[in-house]
Design a protein around this ligand. Structure first.
Ligand code: ZN
Length: 206
């Protein structure tokens, strides 16, 4: 297994629509090796997830750590369906945009349909943090970066975020949209996000 070089914003692969993995190739050595390398890379990054285009492979594979005690999930050809129009605003970052954070509103609950690395079907209903991670990673498969969805007023460098705090520009209306069931973790959202995005710089990954 290898830790792979991570593509940074500006690399064309991050803007490509990734191609599906044919069912017959899931068990192939090439696909299984890519998955192993992605797992090693996301572990080295201490990240919540990684999409194949971020390691220069425009195929529809993501690995996601949902913090559910089940290790890192591997989703091949995932589809994400919003289960609600309720949105939650969280700070996001990305290994492909080191040291940048911004507030993104996303549906608070999603269903994920995919295939795992053994060719078995995946059907999950995710809420809160896990729903955010799933949407962020699967966006990469369509060439979408979180900055495409960000409230641009909230963009900040990580050092400035730590110095001055999170999104003071966010108004009360947006907070009111947050899902009641997630209210208990509101105060922790920034800490959660630090967990999500303690991405190293590219040099560290390399
Ligand atoms: Zn990302």
């Amino acid at each position: 297994m290898s830790i792979l070089r991570v593509a940074l914003m500006g690399h064309p692969v991050l803007r490509m629509v990734a191609v599906p993995v044919p069912d017959g190739l899931i068990a192939s050595e090439a696909v299984q090796r890519l998955i192993d390398d992605m797992l090693e890379t996301v572990d080295a990054c201490d990240g919540a997830g990684l999409a194949a285009p971020q390691v220069h492979q425009a195929v529809r594979i993501v690995v996601v750590n949902l913090d559910d005690g089940q290790g890192v999930h591997v989703w091949i050809n995932p589809q994400v369906q919003a289960l609600t129009e309720d949105v939650r605003v969280r700070l996001e970052g990305c290994l492909s945009l080191p040291r940048i954070r911004g507030a993104v509103a996303r549906p608070v609950a999603v269903r994920v349909l995919a295939t795992d690395r053994d060719g078995q079907p995946v059907d999950l209903e995710l809420h809160g943090f896990a729903a955010t991670v799933a949407q962020h990673e699967c966006d990469h498969l369509d060439g979408v970066l979180f900055v495409d969805r960000v409230d641009p007023r909230t963009l900040t460098f990580l050092d400035e975020l730590r110095r001055y705090g999170a999104w003071p520009w966010m108004d009360d209306d947006e907070e009111d949209e947050e899902d009641e069931e997630n209210e208990e973790d509101d105060e922790d959202s920034l800490d959660e996000y630090d967990d999500l995005d303690e991405w190293p710089t590219n040099e560290e990954v390399d």
